[in-house]
Design a protein around this ligand. Structure first.
Ligand SMILES: Nc1ncnc2c1ncn2[C@@H]1O[C@H](COP(=O)(O)OP(=O)(O)OP(=O)(O)O)[C@@H](O)[C@H]1O
Ligand SMILES: [Mg+2]
Length: 571
């Protein structure tokens, strides 16, 4: 769902207007406004700082960056007519400094610039040739337009606006704008001549201002509403336990969700074949109505039939375990070494060696891959160089594990967390892999990377995790409890499914909003769940334990944090 960002357009339009007025004021006396250079400069600097501050508050980093570039060019261009180079340089530096102060005061959103571009550039349909052809094409059209309009412009009183794109800087900006447009719109732009012409008009009208182009294109960017209150219906209420007494229920039971604002996690428990996955699919189809993206960790390969599901697998869509996820190298090196050694049950010496190797890799190279790690190990094995006090045998023993993690499929396409957050439903089909160690490493890395990206993008995401006890068991390190504890802040909600509540890390239960339990015949598990549902109320505990072992087919007990009732619901 593309959301209209009218503020973006309004601000970019204002900025473009300001650019043109500034040019008219600062340029030699072709403009109509004549003030002394000193007062011009003062007004100019004040405006720049003010815009920087204003934009910083609004938080649109892309606009700030684009406008900074455009202002620098304007100053150089304008100054070139008036004063010496040293003076101009000082003016530019000074105004940039003031601009930066304005931004620094107002903005904490700079990482969005990086992410936005990364998101766009990672699109499959963008290749360098397209961008080049589009950039030059649009610049060419713009020049043509300039020529045509300048003929009319001769009759006009203000030649500045008409002649502007024909200057050297104007041309440079047309090229820049054209390239940006092509990056953002991709193939579509090239394949539709009308769009190319419209793009040229847009570039022409925006003069020297890049932001207008960006703003208009951003109209198309899908955005998810994070904090609107929405509801998910679980089923029909059969009865409810109120003040330790059962009362006949009526109506449907719905849970409110408000991503980013409150904890929205759900845990679904129950014996095999009771209806857990069925309920999850029902939840997913309701989330789709609200345009909330969903990621399913599908252990058994049973979610593939969901409409419009984008299916990925560890084989066809590998993920780089050595990605630093925006963390400090030492921190990430430790995490990766822990992850690999836990999954493969490596010894402590192997774990430490791995950690040191990965740390060294991060120092040598940005964005290393497992190939680089293998190369590094082989380098140590073949040369006389020592890695700390580690035996060569230890290093050698690591090689098979590193190799088993490397992507084998030549046609593989790396997983892009940005796409998961942008797609409606992404299903990770794990049924194609048998090795549980590889599955664990894949899922942990994927969740880590999605969590990292979600923090930057703040789009909201529901993650359904089947068989959660396999990934987050008691006492084992995993990102899943962290998703339960910190996910809310970034609009992440988890639906965790398990047959074995006793094995699941307790933090999952203590941080969830809703717990749904189907029948659990097994005594220790049903007692455990009854205790979670009843707090310290013994009467309630006994009643709930009895119900948990005797629930009918497709009936579930539903506990909602903050609600004094416990419901029996037909799902
Ligand atoms: N509310 C329901 N109404 C009708 N059929 C249902 C309902 N819930 C589940 N079923 C059916 O019951 C069967 C088992 O359900 P489901 O696969 O969801 O069980 P599960 O709890 O996920 O089992 P497992 O733990 O083995 O994965 C499925 O065929 C499903 O279609
Ligand atoms: Mg299931």
């Amino acid at each position: 769902m593309a959301k209209t960002t009218s503020t973006d357009i309004a601000y970019a339009a204002i900025l473009t207007a300001v650019n043109i007025i500034l040019l008219a004021v600062v340029l030699p006396p072709t403009g109509t406004i004549q003030i002394t250079f000193l007062s011009n400069t003062l007004v100019f600097l004040f405006l720049v700082a003010f815009i920087g501050y204003g934009l910083g508050k609004i938080g649109d980093g892309t606009l700030i960056l684009a406008e900074t570039i455009s202002l620098v060019f304007i100053m150089v261009h304008a100054g070139g007519y008036l004063l010496t180079w040293t003076f101009i340089r000082d003016q530019v530096l000074f105004s940039l400094l003031i601009f930066a102060v304005g931004i620094a005061v107002g903005s904490s959103f700079f990482k969005n610039i990086h992410l936005d571009l990364k998101l766009r550039l990672s699109r499959e349909h963008i290749d360098h040739r397209t961008v080049l052809v589009g950039g030059i094409g649009i610049a060419g059209f713009t020049l043509l337009l300039t020529y045509l309009v300048s003929m009319i412009g001769e009759l006009s009183t203000n030649p500045l606006i008409y002649a502007l794109p024909a200057t050297r800087y104007g041309l440079l900006f047309s090229l820049l704008n054209g390239t940006i447009l092509t990056i953002l719109l991709g193939d579509e732009l090239i394949s539709k001549p009308l769009l190319t012409i419209l793009g040229s008009v847009l570039v022409y009208l925006s003069g020297l201002s890049v932001p207008l182009v960006i703003a208009v294109v951003r109209l198309r960017r899908p955005e998810y509403v994070i904090s609107k209150r929405q509801e998910i219906t679980l089923g029909t209420i059969i009865r409810k336990l109120k003040n330790s007494r059962w009362i006949k229920g009526r109506g449907k039971l719905s849970i409110g969700i408000e991503l980013g604002k409150e904890n929205n996690h759900v845990v679904v428990v129950g014996a095999s074949g009771t209806g857990k996955s069925y309920l999850c699919k029902k939840i997913i189809s309701q989330l789709r109505r609200y345009d909330i993206p969903v990621l399913v960790i599908d252990v058994h390969g049973e979610y593939g039939s969901i409409e419009e599901a984008n299916i990925i697998t560890p084989i066809g869509n590998p993920i780089n375990i050595l990605d630093d996820m925006g963390k400090m190298p030492e921190v990430r090196a430790r995490e990766v070494a822990d992850l690999i050694s836990t999954a493969f049950r490596l010894g402590n010496v192997q774990r430490l060696a791995l950690m040191q190797l990965i740390s060294e890799l991060y120092m040598r190279k940005t964005n290393p891959t497992l190939d680089d790690l293998e190369e590094l190990i082989e380098e140590y094995l073949t040369s006389s160089k020592e890695l700390g006090s580690f035996d060569k045998e230890v290093l050698k023993s690591l090689l098979p594990y590193v190799r088993s993690l490397r992507p084998k499929n030549k046609l593989a396409r790396w997983v892009l967390p940005e796409e998961i957050l942008g797609n409606k439903v992404t299903v990770v089909d794990l049924s194609v892999v048998n090795d549980m160690s590889l599955i664990k490493i894949y899922v942990e890395t994927l969740l880590e990377s999605v969590f990292h990206t979600a923090q930057l993008m703040r789009r909201g995401l529901f993650i359904v995790i089947e068989e959660v006890h396999r990934f987050s068991s008691k006492g084992k390190k995993s990102i899943i409890p962290r998703l339960f504890m910190e996910g809310r802040k970034f609009g992440i909600a988890v639906v965790a499914v398990t047959q074995d509540p006793l094995s699941v890390e307790p933090a999952v239960f203590t941080n969830t909003k809703v717990i749904i339990s189907y029948v659990i015949p097994e005594a220790s598990s049903s007692s455990y769940m009854a205790r979670i549902f009843s707090g310290n109320d013994l009467v309630k505990y006994k009643k709930l334990r009895e119900v948990l072992t005797s629930l009918k087919q497709f009936e579930a007990l539903v506990w909602i944090r903050g609600d004094e009732n416990v419901y029996v619901v037909k799902t």
